[in-house]
Design a protein around this ligand. Structure first.
Ligand code: PEP
Length: 264
């Protein structure tokens, strides 16, 4: 870290998507914790590490992770407090389960389930002042990138949430830049391309929150692997990783987590 630059603790989050039964989640946690324990005590104080399992595995994973510093994240929530929303999950449920983070605006929710900026902003509004931090995913499609619309697209996705929540998420928000063309494809943005987008997001955060926008963590997601995480996180505005594919292998996930310690 350069002298005088703000300290943002690295955050690495595994998004398990629709994988792992509760039993498999528990096995994974045991293997991951054994790998992390080899590193010895104390290191986790320099890093935030979280896993977002499918909802049915949250409770079992909570048990398997108890006593460790690995935190629980959820993959989704509904904006309403409660009610007739078959199949949905509320903030109160996630709080009760001890979730510390929740993904909102993931491109799979946007593209496969038709969630738009307005709906995502309503989820963000529900989270204001709660104990659960939103990880707001933003990112452009390949067509948008090729048309030179990347920064515009990402700025609009971010603005939808910031406009709806005012200063309410100043100390809670985490942003994840995930170019849609890099998710699950093996293609990764170059470190310089990712930094250019992160710098734009940072600029927008500072315009909106003032100086505290320098403290907001901006993660990168999109085919992050043990082999590319170091060069990505060497960029000044990349504060951690949202990990999809590599999340299914405890060794790969542990090595991404430990590599991100170099950032702290
Ligand atoms: C994701 O889905 O959030 C993601 C980053 O996936 P992958 O690492 O597989 O590209």
């Amino acid at each position: 870290m350069k002298p005088g630059s703000p300290h943002r603790r690295p955050l690495v989050v595994a998004n398990w998507k629709m994988n792992f039964t509760p039993g498999e989640a528990s096995d994974f946690a045991g293997r991951l914790l054994a790998l992390l324990a080899k590193r010895g005590p104390g290191w986790i104080e320099a890093l935030d590490l979280a896993i977002a399992p499918a909802h049915p595995a949250l409770d079992r994973l909570r048990g398997a992770l108890s006593g460790s510093d690995v935190q629980l994240a959820a993959q989704n929530l509904h904006p309403a407090a409660q009610g007739a929303y078959t199949g949905e999950v509320s903030l109160a449920m996630l709080e009760d389960l001890g979730c510390r983070f929740v993904l909102i605006g993931h491109s799979e929710r946007r593209h496969l389930f038709g969630e738009d900026d307005e709906f995502i902003a309503a989820k963000a509004s529900r989270l204001v002042g709660s104990s659960v931090r939103p990880i707001l995913c933003v990112g452009e499609t390949l067509e948008e990138r090729e048309a030179g619309e990347t920064l515009d697209r990402v700025t609009r996705q971010l603005a939808a949430v910031l406009d709806a929540t005012g200063d309410g998420l100043a100390s809670q928000l985490v942003v994840a830049y995930e170019p849609v063309w890099a998710i699950g494809t093996g293609r990764t943005a170059t470190p310089d391309d990712a930094q250019a987008v992160h710098a734009e997001i940072r600029k927008n955060l500072i315009e909106h929150f003032g100086e505290s926008g320098r403290q907001t963590r901006i993660l990168y997601g999109g085919s992050v692997k043990p082999s590319n995480v170091r060069e990505l996180l060497a960029q000044p505005d990349l504060d951690g990783a949202l990990v999809g594919g590599a999340r299914l292998d405890p060794e790969a996930f542990a090595s991404i987590a430990l590599a991100s310690l170099e950032k702290s």
